[in-house]
Design a protein around this ligand. Structure first.
Ligand code: G6P
Length: 489
């Protein structure tokens, strides 16, 4: 007890993620604004109610900042140097773990110097939380950049209740096995009381790997692990868990599919200026009969190339015609210093150039390609303008764009083409589900979507909207936190 309270801070609820949920509004000392995204929307009210804080990197390298308040939230910045960015963020997080966890679509690279940096930075995050957390506080660690934090935290602060949520897939054991530091990563995660995943399969994959490579026992996704803190005798919660083996802890791995702030997207979609903007977008494109839309971070997991290939073939076959159909592809810049992302950009931009060079007319374009990110209002206008939404990811933990499109289609029109390799496909069952590797199937799905009878489209869209109106991000966070409370008692 003394050891724990000696280092205790004041916050009862802490969220930890690689990035803080704020962006700078301008250069230098300009202010901050809350980043878009459901996670912060869901958690901000919880923080206000429970004396919470968010711990994370504030987005600029080589800069140390004092904790500050923004929009009623306490923010605790963790500094990253340029070297940390290169080795921990671009390297281990985004060139080792990201491709490994997404079905090795790109080859993961294994470098010991990256791993060392990953460990060191995870320790820094854990230290920041350990000194900010009050006795017995609840800590919720987010995503693959911070998988070692749960065990590091438990070692320093056995009094804490620790949850972890993995926003991306967890790979099958056979693929995960490639990671030279697989045991250490599993042990890091197993420091949590509850591990949340997007799909039941991800939880099962994790549990299998934990049994195989980290000596966990137990059935299904209810795991039992040795508890170092209990052995050493300073776990305040040791002995309070009736019927459990001394020196052991239980860890649950379960699915909690994340969602969006459905209400907010839906409300924006009713705002007259946004509705007008959608009309403007259509007329700027020369009023085609069908607007198709893709919205992705420019990432090789998103299957942008597969989508373009299907579309190019449809144009070549004459099954769709420029002037009648236009594809808007928003590709927001992402991880631009990572080699695979640079290569992807060249490839996508080469393909778009070829398609437009071949099929554009003076008046109309085949692909309106935009390498930008946009504020949520413009995104909703695009969703409203789009008759067909294309989500063709080769692997995606969830895919919130699919859910946002559905949330914006208040009148029940519009067709969603959705890859079966997204977590969202589990919830949006009435979408036109596709295997993006099957180009012939994808082409048929696109033409079917363009011609979908209004009655069928309406029934499907309404069923999907009902799903996400109920299962929104607020429900997601409440379910996770309630379950965390339950399993840690
Ligand atoms: C995915 C990850 C997030 C990450 C986001 C943006 O959604 O699950 O953890 O923050 O991509 O990527 P970035 O590398 O820019 O943070």
């Amino acid at each position: 007890q003394d050891q724990a309270s000696g280092s205790a801070g004041t916050y009862d609820f802490l969220v930890v993620s690689n990035r803080l949920p704020v962006d700078r509004t301008g250069g230098g000392d300009a202010g901050w604004r809350r980043s878009p995204g459901g996670l912060v929307t869901a958690l901000a009210p919880v923080m206000e109610k429970s004396d919470g804080a968010w711990v994370g990197w504030h987005g600029a390298p080589d800069e140390e900042l004092e904790p500050f308040e923004h929009g009623g939230m306490a923010l605790v910045p963790v500094p990253l140097s340029s070297a940390d960015l290169e080795l921990y963020y671009e390297g281990f997080s985004n060139a080792t773990l990201w491709p490994l966890y997404h079905d090795v679509i790109a080859p993961p690279e294994f470098h010991r110097a990256w791993w060392d940096a990953y460990r060191k930075v995870n320790q820094r995050f854990a230290d920041a939380v350990a000194s900010a957390a009050a006795e017995g506080a609840t800590v919720w660690v987010q995503d693959y950049q911070l998988q070692l934090v749960p065990a590091m935290l438990r070692a320093a602060r056995p009094d804490l209740v620790i949850g972890f949520f993995n926003h991306i897939p967890f790979p099958p054991q056979e693929i995960f096995a490639q990671l030279p530091w697989r045991r250490q990563v599993l042990e890091g995660l197993l420091g949590a009381d509850l591990l949340g995943f997007q799909r039941p399969n991800d939880a099962t994959n994790f549990a299998r790997a934990a049994r195989r490579f980290a000596g966990a026992t137990g059935k299904g996704t209810h795991l039992v692990v040795r508890d170092a803190t209990d052995d050493a005798g300073h776990s305040p919660r040791a002995g309070t868990r009736g019927g459990r083996r001394a020196g052991h802890r239980e860890v649950r791995a379960e699915a909690f599919p994340i969602s969006i702030d459905t209400q907010r997207i839906s409300e924006l979609a009713a705002r007259p200026d946004i509705v007008e903007r959608a009309r403007q977008i259509r007329s700027d494109l020369g009023d085609p009969q069908t607007i198709m839309l893709g919205v992705d971070r420019l990432d090789y997991t998103k299957g942008i190339g597969h989508r373009l290939k299907a579309y190019e073939e449809l144009l070549t076959d004459g099954r769709v015609k420029v002037g009648e159909v236009t594809l808007i592809q928003v590709a927001s810049p992402s991880r631009e210093r990572v080699e695979q992302y640079r290569l992807l950009r060249e490839e996508v931009e080469g393909t778009v150039g070829r398609i437009n060079g071949t099929f554009d007319t003076m008046q109309h374009t085949a692909v309106r390609y935009l390498h930008h990110s946009y504020p949520v209002e413009e995104m909703v206008a695009l969703y409203l303008a789009a008759d067909v939404m294309l989500v063709t990811a080769l692997r995606d933990g969830m895919n919130l764009v699919a859910k946002e499109y559905v949330a914006a289609r208040r009148d029940g029109t519009g067709a969603l083409i959705l890859s079966e390799f997204t977590g969202a496909a589990d919830q949006l069952k009435q979408a036109l589900l596709v295997n993006p590797h099957d180009i012939a199937g994808l082409k048929d799905a696109i033409t079917a979507a363009i011609r979908l009878p209004a009655g069928v489209a309406g029934r499907r869209m309404k069923a999907m909207r009902r799903q996400i109106l109920v299962h929104n991000v607020e429900e997601w966070s409440s379910l996770f936190l309630a379950r965390l409370k339950e399993v840690s008692q």
